[in-house]
Design a protein. Structure first.
Length: 180
């Protein structure tokens, strides 16, 4: 993982196959298509129409401004094709502010190891660059693929909580001494 800047695009995280950057309104078509897919959104309260996807994207832009991070557009290095949104979120869980690695891939890119690869890059960025001592992922109990990604990133299930009115499992990781 490394932080790089190329031309006008600021890549926050770069892995062997992926690059992550802040989203902008030019990414709306991709975001809207992904958030409208019922399979992609099956563990979320709803699918989103275009207006809802625009609001989602604007929430990420607000997170960038307020926290310096959020879900980042994740693209293939070879083609620049977007595959999903993976990043670092600030969440309030049972009154405690936590740093969450969040990941959401569009269905055509499932089962290729991309979520794990990007999440490992975000883990390295959060631990090595930002100095975060602890990271979590909030995952619905039925979302076994996301739980598997959390485990591959080095997280273990810690507890069950109610988050945003729904049951979630908290997977947690204390920062490794060397996350590369």
């Amino acid at each position: 993982m490394r932080v790089v800047a190329r031309g006008e695009t600021h890549w926050i995280v770069e892995t062997a196959r992926l690059r992550l950057r802040e989203m902008d309104l030019a990414d709306l078509d991709f975001v809207a298509a992904m958030l409208a897919d019922p399979e992609v959104m099956r563990h979320y309260p709803q699918v989103y129409d275009r207006a809802g996807a625009k609001a989602w994207l604007e929430r990420q832009r607000k997170r960038y401004a307020e926290h310096g991070h959020g879900l980042w557009l994740t693209v293939l290095r070879t083609t620049g094709e977007p595959v999903g949104q993976i990043g670092l979120l600030r969440q309030e869980v049972e009154g405690v502010t936590e740093s969450e690695i969040g990941y959401l891939l569009h269905r055509p890119y499932w089962h290729q190891g991309l979520a794990t690869e990007a999440a490992l890059g975000v883990r390295a960025y959060a631990c090595d660059t930002l100095g975060r001592p602890r990271l979590i992922s909030l995952i619905r109990p039925a979302n076994h693929p996301s739980q598997a990604v959390a485990r591959r990133v080095g997280m273990a299930q810690e507890k069950e909580v109610t988050f945003m009115g729904r049951t979630h499992l908290v997977f947690a990781l204390k920062a490794p001494t060397d996350s590369r």
